[in-house]
Design a binder for this molecule. Structure first.
Ligand code: FE2
Length: 426
């Protein structure tokens, strides 16, 4: 049932007609006609062509493909190698990664990333923004993922952020490595202001990041204030630079967990420039909850940024997984359900409408962050990329952990799943 070849007026066409699709929770079921890899028509009723087989979804949920807006593919699938992070802290994570980094080769990175993007694809992910550690004089991981980006583009779009894990100014030749990574083909420039040695370095590193992004025409995605320190205020500089340079929504602030600890009076002032700057936000609910609050006794902070308030203020917020089975997160399968589930619980976003719409954190909103443009989404004329879930709406999908039954990219089936059958014998 992969693709349908159909003879239309003597011409062979790739045609697939779907009926009874619940598109993005819409209770009025629709028919979808796909021709030559595009959404040709989306209507209440569609007449199939003569002798054409039609796929009846019987009211199942159809969503745009999932978008992973923040992950570190270069570290994935390394948990426990050679030692597990026993304390669960970010800093022990860095120590464990240092040990693992000794064995890093291009093949090792390619093997692991190949595996993990297939795990992601099986859950309906078709776009991934990965941060790649470029604080490495050999740029081994970057080289591997640049090569892989080409190899896998038929089923996965990979966007690469040149990520200076230890800083731009607090690591030898940090600035040069960042510039080289952008020249080699990274899509976005990164920075890590809260990890730089001083506040002065922090501000200066952001200026460098913006200058280089503008010089090479790249996007920006910053690991910003990923710390429970209420004095960590890289975000105000990021937003101001985004506003003043006009880069605005080409800029993303990832994590911003210090915002969880800001006082409300400061937040009111900050919110003004956040809205003016139009920057995107990415929260990573699972990893932020796991690594956050570690210096606290009780009460322990959750460490999640203010997702609800930012969303209500009209800012674009998406969710990422950050780490998949690595020194910072011993769990993860690449399923975007996990950050949504954790995010709406910890973010107090469990109103019925909020639950129904929470898929947007890992679809539409994330697509905006990645600048995927108007060709993303279920609309006539767009590439026919979408997923079918084994549920009647996203509330049910989330609650019952419904699998992605099929994932289509440009009209081509790239992943499918046969759900498990459970039997109760009483
Ligand atoms: Fe991250």
């Amino acid at each position: 049932d992969i693709n349908y070849v159909y003879l239309l007026n003597g011409v062979i066409r790739w045609v697939l007609t779907i009926k009874n699709a619940c598109i993005e929770n819409n209770e009025e079921l629709k028919c979808i006609r796909i021709e030559d890899g595009k959404f040709k028509e989306i209507r209440k009723d569609l007449e199939p062509y003569a002798q054409e087989e039609v796929m009846d979804l019987e009211g199942k949920l159809v969503l745009p493909p999932f978008v992973e807006s923040h992950v570190h593919l270069d570290t994935c699938l390394t948990a426990g190698q050679p030692h597990w992070n026993m304390s669960g802290t970010l800093f022990e994570g860095i120590e464990r990664w240092e040990e693992r980094k000794e064995f890093l080769t291009k093949k090792d990175v390619m093997d692991r990333v190949n595996k993990v993007i297939r795990m992601q694809a099986s859950h309906g992910v078709q776009y991934v923004r990965t941060h790649v550690d470029i604080n490495d004089p050999n740029l081994t991981a970057l080289e591997a993922i640049l090569e892989l980006r080409e190899e896998v583009k038929d089923f996965m779009n990979i966007q690469i952020v040149a990520f200076p894990q230890y800083g731009i100014l607090s690591y030898p030749k940090g600035k040069e490595l960042l510039e080289t990574a952008l020249k080699l083909g990274a899509d976005a420039a990164g920075a890590i202001p809260h990890f730089e040695f001083t506040r002065e370095y922090s501000v200066e590193s952001l200026k460098i990041c913006f200058e280089l992004a503008q010089k090479y025409g790249k996007l920006i995605d910053i690991h910003c204030d990923e710390i429970d320190d209420e004095a960590s205020r890289g975000l105000e500089t990021v937003a101001t630079l985004a506003y003043e340079t006009g880069m605005k929504d080409q800029v993303t602030a990832s994590h911003t967990t210090a915002m969880h600890s800001y006082n409300n009076a400061y937040m009111i002032r900050l919110m003004r420039i956040l809205k003016m700057s139009n920057i995107n936000f990415v929260a990573n609910p699972c990893v932020n909850v796991h690594l956050g609050g570690r210096a606290d006794t009780y009460p322990k902070r959750r460490g999640l940024t203010r997702v609800k308030e930012l969303t209500e203020a009209g800012c674009n917020v998406s969710f990422g997984t950050d780490d998949i089975f690595d020194p910072w997160n011993p769990m993860g399968s690449g399923n975007m359900r996990d950050p949504v589930y954790m995010g709406i619980y910890t973010g107090h976003m469990m109103g019925y409408e909020e639950i129904l719409n929470s898929y947007k954190f890992v679809t539409t909103n994330a697509a905006k962050t990645l600048h995927l443009g108007d060709s993303y989404g279920i609309q006539e004329g767009n590439p026919a990329s979408f997923v079918v879930m084994d549920a009647k709406n996203y509330h049910e999908a989330l609650n019952l952990d419904a699998p992605v039954l099929k994932s289509y990219k440009d009209g081509k089936l790239i992943a499918s799943c046969t759900p498990a059958t459970r039997k109760i014998l009483f």
